[in-house]
Design a protein around this ligand. Structure first.
Ligand code: HEM
Length: 424
């Protein structure tokens, strides 16, 4: 097909699609993205979101295929020259973020091919299912103490007073960060990821750069300490890998940052939305109390029902055809994992929260080359917390008005969730 014809078809399609209002920064979208996702899935072609110059894929089959497509990649570097990438990043005004560009925008998540494979293998062996089971007693002990403190208070904001204390602490411990520094990790992580939302402002970029710099200096000191006094932690293991020539210092630091950033906010968010789903479906909560053998499937359902990271991007590294439409090399796609997980063509009654749903092949952890490396750890965190809370309480009820969701396309989580616990 000629380029001119492709352009005519594309502009016709965009005109038709403009009838569909897509406003991911709106309050309405934050409260209920699923109505919009359903409209998107109703389109027979990918939806062009002009404000971000990105083509959105919303159906399960299309998102699944895109996540596994060998020609759809995470990084511009894999199909552009250094000068072309530099020109694009300058246009996007990233040039004033040296540390964020060096350590965050070029992590293993944002690499492809051989580099990605090499770095992924190093992390894979550290966050394997077996490794994670070994840290279970430490997680359990920490969660038990936290839950007991919560029950003493009876009324809490589940997000700030409980969920927010869990993943940063656990990932910090795995990395080798002392307990007293874990709260700071959480703050850095939150500022660093502000950069990734489509609605980011100049202020978000400044915050992200400052937090990255502070985090970098902290990790540099920690690494220097582990050089002198190796310990049984991830920083020491990655350092050994660096000494063995498996990765360089920049990659070591960016991998530590990625592990924290990927796992911190997402786990807090799914703890909150998972708890909210149980409260909004009291029969399912009751069923879980009576049949705790459903815990693992209940946790999987929480990931499907309100996926905490509902959107990731890919670039076409060469011309591709998706959903019967041709796209030129360089096209950017948005993979709406959150929408795919509510697609009726894959899930029976997708809007129903069912703690024993099986099969449940959700895509909350992605698919293919970039499949989440923290999926065992985050599911374990969830299982430990929910099982303890259910064992130790007679009743959990929501206080006040309905909670508000955080805004934007990239994350799904509650701002607050006021709860009252009645201990057994
Ligand atoms: C709590 C919920 C979590 C969710 C929903 C989640 C989701 C995801 C998704 C969807 C991806 C793939 C991104 C893409 O397709 O481009 C991903 C990648 C990744 N996740 Fe997670 N994640 C979670 C927790 C964690 C945790 C706890 C860690 C680490 C401790 C972690 C580490 C990573 C890493 C390192 C990658 C990059 C993998 C690669 O590029 O090969 N995640 N995550």
């Amino acid at each position: 097909m000629s380029l001119a014809l492709q352009n005519i078809i594309r502009s016709h399609q965009i005109t038709q699609q403009s009838a569909l209002r897509f406003e991911p920064e709106s309050v309405e979208f934050a409260q209920d993205p699923y109505a919009t996702y359903e409209l998107l899935r109703g389109q027979s072609k990918p939806f062009y979101f002009e404000a971000a110059d990105i083509w959105l894929l919303s159906r399960y089959e299309a998102v699944d295929a895109a996540a596994r497509h060998p020609k759809l990649v995470r990084s511009l570097q894999s199909f552009m020259t250094i000068d072309e990438v530099a020109a694009i990043t300058r246009r996007a005004n990233w040039h004033n973020m040296p540390n964020h560009s060096r350590f965050v925008q070029t992590s293993l998540l944002d690499s492809d091919g051989d580099v990605h494979f090499r770095l992924r293998l190093i992390v894979l062996r550290e966050l394997s299912k077996n490794f994670v089971l070994k840290v279970k007693p430490t997680i359990q002990a920490y969660v038990d103490t936290l839950v007991e403190q919560t029950l003493e208070r009876q009324e809490i904001d589940f997000i700030a007073d409980l969920a927010a204390h869990v993943p940063g602490h656990i990932i910090g411990n795995i990395l080798g960060v002392p307990d007293e520094d874990c709260p700071q990790l959480r703050l850095w992580s939150e500022d660093v990821v502000q950069f990734f939302d489509v609605g980011r402002t100049q202020q978000h970029k400044q915050l992200a750069e400052r937090a990255t710099t502070e985090f970098y200096l902290y990790l540099k000191d920690l690494i220097a300490d582990r050089k002198r006094h190796p310990k049984n932690d991830l920083v020491s293991t990655l350092l050994q890998a660096q000494i063995a020539g498996e990765l360089n210092e920049t990659e070591l630091i960016s991998t530590c940052m990625l592990i924290l950033m990927a796992g911190h906010g997402s786990t807090i968010d799914v703890l909150g939305t998972g708890m909210y789903a149980l409260i909004k479906h009291p029969q399912e909560l009751q069923r879980l109390r009576q049949q705790p053998q459903h815990l693992a499937t209940a946790v999987q359902e929480m990931f499907r029902y309100d996926s905490p990271l509902p959107f990731f991007h890919r670039y076409a590294s060469e011309d591709v055809v998706l959903m019967g439409q041709e796209f030129p090399k360089g096209t950017k796609f948005g993979l709406l994992y959150g929408s795919a997980n509510r697609d009726a063509s894959q899930f029976t009654e997708p809007d129903r929260f069912d703690i024993s749903r099986q099969p449940n092949r959700h895509i909350a952890f992605g698919r293919g080359a970039h499949l989440c490396l923290g999926n065992h750890l985050s599911r374990l965190d969830m299982e430990v917390i929910f099982s303890r809370l259910i064992e130790r309480t007679r009743n959990i009820e929501m206080m006040g008005t309905e909670p508000k969701y955080k805004g934007g396309l990239s994350i799904r989580g509650l701002e607050t969730l006021s709860l009252r616990f009645t201990a057994k």
